[in-house]
Design a protein around this ligand. Structure first.
Ligand code: M6R
Length: 608
């Protein structure tokens, strides 16, 4: 979603702003802009539609020299993708960039008849509101605080004015902002990746906080402008992690690095010899773990599917615990009831997803403990949960989530193992889970290596289709859903995931020679039933790709079969998913799509 960068220091602001915005490109955007103040405090603003390269062309014709400025990448919400709707917005002496949504902007706009609006955005309304209070002796910070007290909605903002040319005023409610403290410079960004390489020392703004930032000082306040003590923290990660590392796309890099990132997820958490598992951050005593009767898992998109897959395993290995997996955007508005002894797992790669965060708060308010399964260190969800674990997948830049999914599932499986132990679950099963988790990075490496060329070839064969169904039973069902999501996001092929047993209840009506079907088939107790679904599709002219761990001795008739060789009994679905990730990637490349930044999508969905 939208990205924000601000700079005040001794260097040319334009360079830092553009570099920062490029680091935030992965979040998804459709226009970009910067505003700066030159040495004589004259404002300059440049905006353009499309990629940052377009903005750079504008700036090449007329570079900005100033040492203070703000920049923004916009993902359209209010008003179309036009230069006028791009940020920064100006009202009088106020220049503003904004992430989030001002819900009561129409109401506020109606009161601002003095301002001639040039855009359709809620942000320009906020700029005009700030300007309306920026009169007489009022400082910019006074005006910002006053305006924000009238606003309903979410925001992360940076404002500046030629009247106070040495400061940026920053404020946050519901949309992240991080203030990086450098030597003789302050850099602000909506995402820590824009700060990497400049400073590791930063203040993560909390909701309701405002900061007046100069080159060498941060004055942190609440919205009543009372002083607050700032607690600087260390930014994790390094600039190398956000490079492509020789791959053509971040997505391929992130698929291929799963053995390493998963190793980081598991490190220190599994004891194969003892057959035990621990997640330190859960801070629950064995008694508290024993008392858990109900686990609700909350997420959106891929995080939801990771939760769904984990729930199958929790049910399998933990006696007497009920698991419920919910889509955050629905759950937050449902009249849900949490039985006594419930805990919630809040699953989010970014740790900023608005709907997931809203659920966290609702659940907490109802008295249940909430635990985060989060990738981005220091993110809002990670800061608001009662405990939980980072998944340590490292920065995930490509919009389509791959390595985070695998690490989320693995982290929740460790939780399942802990829970099972506390509830007197079968020791052998827990030990088997520990052994397979420990071996998973190597099994994924083997699968990726042997199957990447096969999936590439299949992608070439199926890339011209317009429709696909993904199917699976049991633990392969959430994998089918995830496979369909991955394909549709980056290839734009219409793809739907279904439980194989649901075919006859509707989707089989779609099957003809224009569709292809991806069957995830596990050997084991439901093998025959899965083959039944496959035969039904083939009898109706559907083209079928089968992804399976079944050996050659188990006869399968399909258009294409990819067999993986593994001794796993529990975790094969995760291996099948890596095949789907490769397939989606190669199809998207074959169709000439923007793989890392697919149209209309954003990496971090910070608005409802
Ligand atoms: O950051 P989160 O894990 O909370 O994001 C949730 C979804 O927006 C995300 O998984 C989305 O579905 C991805 N584009 C999937 O690839």
């Amino acid at each position: 979603m939208c990205g924000i960068v601000g700079y005040v220091g001794k260097k040319t602001a334009q360079d830092i702003l553009i570099n920062g915005l490029k680091r935030l490109e992965y979040r998804g955007y459709d226009s970009a802009g910067i505003a700066t103040l030159d040495e004589d405090a004259n404002p300059h603003c440049a905006r353009s539609v499309g990629k940052i390269a377009e903005l750079e062309k504008v700036l090449a014709a007329k570079p900005h020299e100033g040492k203070i400025g703000i920049g923004h990448t916009r993902w359209a919400t209010h008003g179309g993708v036009t230069v006028n709707n791009a940020h920064p917005h100006r009202a009088g002496d106020v220049f503003l960039v904004h992430n989030g949504i001002i819900e009561n902007y129409k109401e506020l706009k109606a009161k601002l008849s003095d301002h001639e609006f040039k855009s359709d955005t809620d942000t320009e309304v906020l700029a005009a509101l700030i300007d309306s209070y920026y009169k007489g002796k009022a400082t910019l910070a006074d005006a910002v605080a006053k305006a924000l007290s009238e606003v309903r909605g979410t925001y992360g903002i940076i404002a500046f004015s030629p009247r106070e040319p040495e400061q940026l005023v920053v404020a946050r409610f519901g949309s992240p902002l991080i203030v990086g403290l450098g030597k003789d410079e302050t850099i602000i960004a909506s995402d820590a990746s824009a700060l990497l390489g400049y400073t590791r020392n930063a203040i993560y703004l909390n909701d309701g906080e405002l900061a007046i930032c100069t080159r060498d000082d941060i004055d942190l306040r609440n919205l009543k402008l009372e002083s607050i003590k700032a607690k600087p923290e260390e930014i994790q990660g390094d600039a190398e992690q956000i490079q492509k590392g020789g791959y053509d796309h971040f997505l391929l890099k992130e698929i291929m690095e799963q053995p390493t990132t998963l190793h980081n997820t598991l490190s220190g958490r599994i004891n194969v010899k003892q057959g035990t598992m621990r997640l330190g951050g859960f801070n629950l005593t064995p008694k508290e773990l024993r008392e858990i009767e109900h686990v609700v898992i909350v997420g959106c998109g891929t995080a939801y599917y990771a939760g769904l897959l984990a729930s199958y395993y929790i049910e399998q290995i933990v006696p007497d615990v009920t698991t419920e997996v919910v889509i955050a955007s629905e759950y937050r508005y449902r009249s849900f009831h949490l039985p006594k002894h419930s805990v919630a797992l809040i699953v989010s790669q970014s740790g900023e997803t608005a709907d997931t965060l809203a659920c966290l708060r609702e659940i907490k308010q109802r008295g249940a403990k909430v635990f985060g399964i989060v990738n981005v260190v220091g993110s809002t969800i990670a800061r608001e949960v009662d405990g939980g674990s980072y998944v340590y997948a490292g920065p995930e830049i490509s919009v389509a989530s791959t390595k985070a999914f695998t690490s989320q599932v693995a982290t929740m499986l460790i939780f399942a193992g802990m829970l099972s132990e506390a509830h007197g679950g079968n020791r052998e099963t827990i030990a088997k889970l520990a052994t397979e988790l420990d071996a998973l990075p190597d099994e994924i490496a083997k699968t990726l290596e042997t199957c990447a060329p096969i999936m590439k070839e299949l992608a070439g064969k199926y890339c011209k289709y317009d429709d696909a169904l993904y199917l699976g039973r049991d633990t392969a069902f959430p994998i089918a859903l995830e496979g369909a999501l991955k394909l549709k996001e980056i290839s734009y092929i219409h793809a739907e995931g279904y439980a194989t047993g649901e075919l006859k209840h509707g989707p089989i009506a779609l099957v003809d020679s224009t569709y292809f079907e991806v069957f995830n088939i596990l050997k084991g107790r439901l093998f025959e039933k899965s083959i039944g679904g496959l035969q039904e599709v083939r009898a109706r002219g559907g083209k079928a790709i089968v992804l399976t761990d079944a050996p050659e001795s188990l006869d399968i008739e399909a258009d294409d079969i990819v067999r993986i060789d593994t001794k796993f009994e529990l975790l094969t679905p995760i291996l099948l998913n890596t095949l789907q990730q490769l397939f989606a990637y190669y199809v998207a490349v074959a169709r000439g799509n923007d793989v890392d930044q697919p149209r209309n999508l954003a990496k971090s969905v910070t608005v409802e």
